[in-house]
Design a protein around this ligand. Structure first.
Ligand code: GLY
Length: 363
């Protein structure tokens, strides 16, 4: 369908670019990409699932705008986000004689966006790329802010760089084909944004649940635009993740340990982050760092979006895995705490004190 209203959110970081939120953007993407790129050729990078759904429409739109398109399709899933696929993308660009003035387009979820961004950051020492995210998680989080990466056997996102895209196109209609499980996964980050930065967004989320939010596209569009604006503000304040941006890690330190405990199977990132947010907020309340009732509100809101898993490991069991957290610096760790709905702080504490808090919470 043709877009009626398009929200334009401008990100002013090391690169300045627009994030467009609206309906029907996929089939009109060529003209939007034309506004930001002089490229002759577009390297369209996508996975097999997304290619089957939207590959042809996007290619057609890019070609109608005058681009020549070479498409690279890889098997869907986190297991593809590695150096093997990255090398294949580099070789594909080389075989198709891509130059530095050409452009890549990431069509898909976070795996596609992160990996395409890293290929764009590194091929010929850097070329342009645009993000066309098709999952909720990628629209509200990973496509905005310029974090690009691939995984190593030893952990997720261990090799990467900061590289801002030239444009992000968030087509709300693309979420129609997203299974509930993946929508719920993205809601973890949506609720997180409300918790760390916006009581208003959180209050809006409290009025809906998974079904009613998916059904109400105008509200969904508003929720997505608000999330992107929050992410934009955080990235503009701290593009390179040395301060304010760490707040986006709320629930993630314990969440990553939970994912690791389950060996990244049987639990989604959103479920693990939800459990991590609840654990740390419960601990914060017990230590008078958060208003009483914050954890209850958070839990209720998460429940409504299907993020109600209870996890096996105790906080104490999760402690040692937190040592690998990117927010740890030597003997101190930055713990993100929400003192209330919509209000967060970075609490720098000795790793030992963090461990003590976790073991106390496990008693
Ligand atoms: N997803 C966390 C960040 O962009 O910093």
């Amino acid at each position: 369908m043709t877009s009626s209203k398009i929200e334009r959110i401008t990100v002013k970081a090391s690169g300045v670019y627009d994030v467009l939120v609206g309906r029907g953007l996929l089939s009109e993407c060529g003209s939007y990409v034309k506004e930001v790129s002089q490229a002759e050729k577009i390297g369209l990078i996508t996975d097999d699932n997304v290619n089957a759904l939207y590959g042809d429409a996007v290619q057609k739109s890019l070609e109608s705008a005058g681009f020549s398109v070479c498409k690279f399709v890889f098997p869907h899933g986190e297991q593809s986000k590695n150096t093997d696929t990255l090398v294949k993308i580099w070789n594909f660009l080389c075989e198709n004689s891509f130059s530095r003035s050409d452009c890549l387009a990431a069509l898909g979820g976070g795996v596609t966006g992160d990996m395409t961004g890293f290929a764009a950051a590194t091929y010929l020492r850097g070329m342009d790329f645009v993000q066309i995210p098709t999952t909720l998680l990628a629209q509200v989080d990973s496509s905005v802010g310029g974090k690009t990466a691939v995984d190593l056997a030893g952990g997720k996102n261990l090799v990467g760089s900061f590289k801002q895209p030239k444009l992000v196109l968030c087509d709300i209609d693309a979420l129609d084909t997203l299974p509930d499980e993946f929508f719920t996964d993205g809601m973890g980050e949506v609720v997180k944004h409300g918790m760390i930065k916006s009581a208003k967004l959180f209050e809006l989320l409290e009025k809906y649940d998974l079904k009613s939010l998916r059904e109400n596209k105008d509200v969904l569009e508003d929720v997505i635009a608000r999330n992107i604006a929050i992410k934009r503000d955080v990235v503009q304040a701290d593009e390179f993740d040395t301060g304010e941006r760490m707040k986006l890690n709320f629930g993630h330190t314990l969440g990553h340990s939970i994912e690791q405990y389950y060996n990244y199977t049987g639990i989604t990132h959103g479920q693990a982050v939800a459990a991590g947010m609840k654990m740390i907020t419960d601990i914060a309340e017990k230590h008078m760092l958060a208003e009483k009732g914050t954890c209850e509100r958070l839990t209720k809101c998460l429940d409504g979006y299907g993020l109600n898993v209870s996890v096996e490991p105790t906080p104490e069991q999760l402690g040692s895995a937190c040592l690998n957290d990117k927010k740890r610096f030597g003997d101190t760790i930055n713990v993100i705490v929400c003192c209330d709905v919509g209000a967060s702080m970075i609490k720098k504490m000795p790793v030992e004190s963090f461990f003590a808090m976790l073991s106390e919470a496990s008693e």
